[in-house]
Design a protein around this ligand. Structure first.
Ligand SMILES: Nc1ncnc2c1ncn2[C@@H]1O[C@H](COP(=O)(O)OP(=O)(O)OP(=O)(O)O)[C@@H](O)[C@H]1O
Length: 310
């Protein structure tokens, strides 16, 4: 494997043709629509501690009727406290959730299909990368695996090189990914590699679970800017995010605020503060909108006014 990778690197630096851009317009824009999405799980006995007979309900509703729509070119951020259902909804929208899912989720008016799967990229929270491979090796390896058979090896390598270049990973392209006990690329670079893996297939629909968690605000801003540019190319982007800084918050075209599986707000990020103000909730001091929204969703709000009706 190591020798093969050395060869790949040699070929990769030899290529001269101009690379395709991941920021180009997509050929198949996708409108994602979800209506009254409900996800229910069975309350099974888990763990080894013997529990007394109790009257716990046999089912638990994780998502309780979530509705929204994301158009090509838009970025939707799903916000809410830990455990409110963000990842569950993201997984459902990405066509990856088994079990009892009610409501409708459509992609250009149609249900999820194998064709839609090909146009979909999914960046998970815990990126699964090989710690001993360099950035170039990682992306070339994925390009060889995932790009269509009709492309030659050299074309696939060119593609991987383009992604490295366009995600500004050139400086670290020969550094290993690393892991808990192995020094490698930085957290922000690692996240870019994960995004790059998905960008190789040029998805029309991109899902990301906490793409900025654990990163400083400047690095988080850079990642968000990259995603914003990808959206500008006609992609539909949906992500979960914990506590974005204000400048990051205003980059989102749409925001969905969740609390215990309920939707408290769905709409334009620029309108969310006015909306809560109009129903009697406003921060008592100037604060980051996402902090304020999380306080509201947690019910520990610094808002003046009534209790949130749930
Ligand atoms: N298969 C499952 N079995 C049992 N509980 C589940 C299952 N899937 C999700 N849950 C529960 O559903 C709730 C929502 O989980 P989810 O991961 O979607 O939350 P989240 O908002 O993404 O949280 P975080 O921000 O901490 O990642 C949690 O209470 C979780 O424990």
């Amino acid at each position: 494997m190591a020798t093969q990778m050395v060869d790949i690197e040699a070929q990769s630096s030899a290529q001269t043709s101009s690379p395709p851009s991941i920021f180009n317009k997509v050929d198949h824009p996708v409108t994602l629509k979800f209506q009254e999405v409900v996800y229910t799980i069975k309350n099974k006995k888990q763990g080894w501690i013997k529990r007394k007979k109790n009257h716990e309900p046999t089912e638990k509703h994780i998502l309780k009727g979530i509705t929204g729509m994301v158009l090509p070119g838009e970025m939707l951020a799903m916000l809410g406290p830990s455990g409110c259902g963000k990842t569950t909804l993201l997984t459902a929208l990405g066509g990856r959730l088994g079990g009892k899912l009610d409501g409708t989720i459509t992609y250009n008016g149609k249900p999820f299909s194998s064709i839609m799967k090909r146009y979909t990229g999914f960046v998970t929270q815990d990126d699964i990368l090989y710690p001993h491979l360099t950035v170039t090796e990682t992306l070339v390896f994925i390009a060889l695996l995932r790009l269509p058979k009709k492309l030659t090896t050299q074309e696939k390598i060119t593609h991987a090189e383009a992604v490295i270049d366009q995600l500004r990973l050139t400086r670290c392209k020969n550094i290993i990914i690393g892991g808990p006990n192995l020094r490698g690329v930085s957290g922000g670079e690692r996240k870019r590699v994960s995004i790059g893996q998905e960008m190789l297939i040029n998805p029309s629909l991109l899902f990301l679970d906490e793409p900025t968690s654990g990163l400083d605000s400047t690095t988080a801003q850079r990642i968000a800017l990259t995603l914003w540019e990808l959206a500008r190319g006609g992609r539909t982007i949906v992500m979960t995010i914990h506590q974005p800084s204000s400048r990051l918050f205003y980059m989102f075209h749409k925001v969905l605020l969740l609390s215990e599986g309920n939707s408290l707000f769905f709409g334009k990020g620029s309108e969310v503060m006015d909306y809560f103000n109009s129903i009697g909730f406003s921060p008592s001091v100037a604060m980051n909108p996402s902090d304020f929204l999380l306080d509201l969703a947690n019910g520990t709000s610094s808002a003046k006014g009534k209790e949130l009706a749930r």
